[in-house]
Design a protein around this ligand. Sequence first.
Ligand code: FAD
Length: 426
Amino acid sequence: MDQNHVASYYAATANDTIARPALSGNHDCDICIVGAGFTGISSALHLAEAGFKVIVLEAARIGFGASGRNGGQLVNSYSRDIDVIEQRYGQALGQTLGAMAFEGGDIIRERIARYEIDAHYKPGGIFAAFNARQFDELKAQAELWHRFGHNELEILDAQALRAHIASDLYVGGLLDHRGGHIHPLNLLLGEAQAFEALGGEIYEQSRVVDIKRGSAPVVHTANGTVSAGRILLAGNAYLGGLIPELASRSMPCGTQIIATAPLPEALAHSLIPGGHCVEDCNYKLDYYRMTSDLRLLYGGGVTYGGGDPASIEQFLRPRFERTFPQLKGTKIDFAWGGDFLLTLSRLPQVGQLEPNLYYAQGYSGHGVTTTHLMGRLIAEHMQGQNERFDAFASLPHLPFPGGRLLRKPYTAAGALYYGLRDRLGI
Ligand SMILES: Cc1cc2nc3c(=O)[nH]c(=O)nc-3n(C[C@H](O)[C@H](O)[C@H](O)COP(=O)(O)OP(=O)(O)OC[C@H]3O[C@@H](n4cnc5c(N)ncnc54)[C@H](O)[C@@H]3O)c2cc1C
């Protein structure tokens, strides 16, 4: 049976609802991509721009996974910041990855402009701190980012932050003018259309069920095959067990979002007057922003192993009403969840299982910008420019303690510790 989008605000406001055909018969191309999320489509567009013949196979719809469901926040750098990379993996690697840490967002802005994508882009993202420790960490983050050439940052004390977010919860924040937010499904659909205009092919309802590896690899769906010079695996949390060596070093995690009914204009503008997006600094963080039609889109929580709580509304309502008591009782029009892929290091996993079998996954909750960077690096590597891709590929891919059986409780226990620290403000 066909698999459609979850009933999200994004699916209800998608610019392009045309279904692409399912794969049937035998095809060939230079590069076959498994998965039509940001990793797959971003790479496909970079590769088509470089003149390759590319086929994308998607199990459900373009953007069915995290890319069509997320908070839409363009968060710079990586889920573990550059200082941690320097400490753990050496200064040279830290320097190389740090030099790319702000590129993903720029790629998105360039594409929106070049392909005239109507993705409701709004500049500016705020990180909001609940306590002095978190605020100190934000100040250190600003210094670190300055060191890597990012100067469009503003430290906000409690009073300055209150002018940006009408909430009494925070003690300070960091405004990143090079961050921002978008309608992620419409960005992705716009990129998909740009790819198709360059001759690229996308097949939906075309789950890859097998890959015959070797010097002439063949990708199989239920009704068709693609023979490709090279393959990119871009299924992320939705890839399941298709490639066991990828599944064993990562863990799907669920997170959920609600969208309120459209708010009265004055109320909507009073909540976040600058129209920026916000994410707080807790380990299990909340993230929110206003949509172009003035709904509060509010996300939060993490379910280790993936999936959603029984009632997303019951789970998220107390959280957004705590942030904005002004919204008590506000009607919720949409509630949905999605899975992202967590790695132990919280750094993406990128590499080659074989010279012609690439993969990129595990952005650990901050993937909107990094998927776009990764698409460019994969395209560079496929054209013989190896250095930047290889730098990411050199990061170790650590297994979760406890193996596949115990990784969920072990990770949840670790998160409990960090969550407690956040609640105690230490
Ligand atoms: C609710 C939510 C909120 C988030 N908010 C943010 C945010 O605000 N900012 C941010 O930076 N990050 C956010 N993230 C993370 C971000 O969305 C992801 O890191 C990113 O979208 C991953 O993109 P992807 O293309 O790698 O994976 P996905 O978007 O999940 O795409 C994978 C695709 O592969 C397909 N697929 C899987 N297996 C197969 C197969 N066998 N054959 C064919 N197709 C297959 C799937 O159907 C899916 O469409 C959020 C994630 C979620 C779930």
